[in-house]
Design a protein around this ligand. Structure first.
Ligand code: COA
Length: 255
């Protein structure tokens, strides 16, 4: 278990907390692995009825750890990041996210697989894959246009422009916007409400709501994953990651 992921289970609710605030909760391979393991355990354990994913009231997640992208890029569908992405996409029980501050890259794309999303009024969602020489992941190239409409999706995915909590509420990505100090507690309160309901009904209702899409989502993740894995090693991404580490603007003029 990674030190940077805290897992706590109480009264039917498993809470997975990103706990690497000094690195803005950016996610390493070990953290993806720990979250994937926690989701598998939650699925297998009949006493866990709901999972909450949360960060800190100042930051949800700065996305993938860029040093990891540079030095330890994921290799194949069995790698921790893909295990995590497949885990959230296929998770059969209710999944709730509590999001405050920046939610970058996978910090935003994972939310499209959550059933309920509660956001702090400081939440800022962004998917800057193109700015990093990459392409979307987590089936976001399918799910973002579906939820935002094509043109707003193009702003988010081609330009990589962030959007704030109120816009997330308007498009339906967030269920409710709250003061940041209240978000995690509110998500837990909603999780407890769900945990008091019959699990079989929750699981069956979620399955029925998702079944029209589940094959498409899996195929899109496969397709994106092949491109993403290749692009991670290509010059545009290498330049973007090196520029981030060197705290300078990337120069894409030669790629
Ligand atoms: N990977 C690795 N380190 C990261 C990181 C990431 N994704 N995001 C932030 N960090 C590190 C910073 O390098 C910095 O390290 P330092 O203290 O050694 O300089 C530290 O975390 C604090 O980040 P900083 O950028 O100073 O915080 P901020 O509050 O000014 O900005 C963000 C927060 C999230 C907006 C900004 O850190 C950011 O844009 N991060 C990169 C996001 C990204 O592109 N992720 C990949 C998505 S696929």
């Amino acid at each position: 278990m990674s030190e940077d992921i805290r897992v706590h289970t109480e009264a039917g609710v498993m809470t997975i907390t990103l706990h690497r605030v000094e690195r803005k909760n950016s996610i390493t391979a070990a953290m993806y692995g720990a979250m994937a393991d926690a989701l598998s355990a939650a699925e297998a354990d009949a006493s866990v009825r709901v999972v909450v994913i949360q960060g800190h009231e100042t930051v949800f997640s700065a996305g993938n750890d860029i040093g990891d992208f540079l030095n330890n890029p994921p290799a194949g569908q069995g790698s921790p990041v893909f295990r995590f992405l497949h885990g959230i996409a296929a998770f059969p029980k209710p999944l709730i996210a509590a999001v405050c501050g920046p939610a970058v890259g996978v910090g935003t794309t994972l939310l499209f697989h959550c059933d309920l999303v509660y956001a702090g009024d400081n939440a800022a969602f962004s998917m800057p894959f193109v700015n990093l020489g990459l392409c979307p992941e987590a089936a976001s190239s399918l799910l973002v246009p579906q939820m935002l409409g094509y043109h707003r999706a193009a702003e988010a995915l081609l330009l990589g422009e962030p959007f704030m909590a109120e816009a997330a509420l308007e498009v339906g990505l967030a269920n409710r916007v709250l003061p940041p100090t209240e978000v995690n507690a509110y998500a837990l309160q909603q999780a407890r409400k769900l945990a008091a309901k019959p699990l079989t009904s929750l699981v069956e209702t979620k399955r029925l709501m998702k079944k029209g899409q589940s094959t498409l989502v899996a195929q899109q993740m496969q397709d994106e994953g092949a491109s993403f894995g290749r692009m991670l090693r290509e010059p545009a991404a290498r330049e973007a990651f090196t520029a981030f580490m060197e705290k300078r603007k990337p120069d894409f003029s030669k790629v």
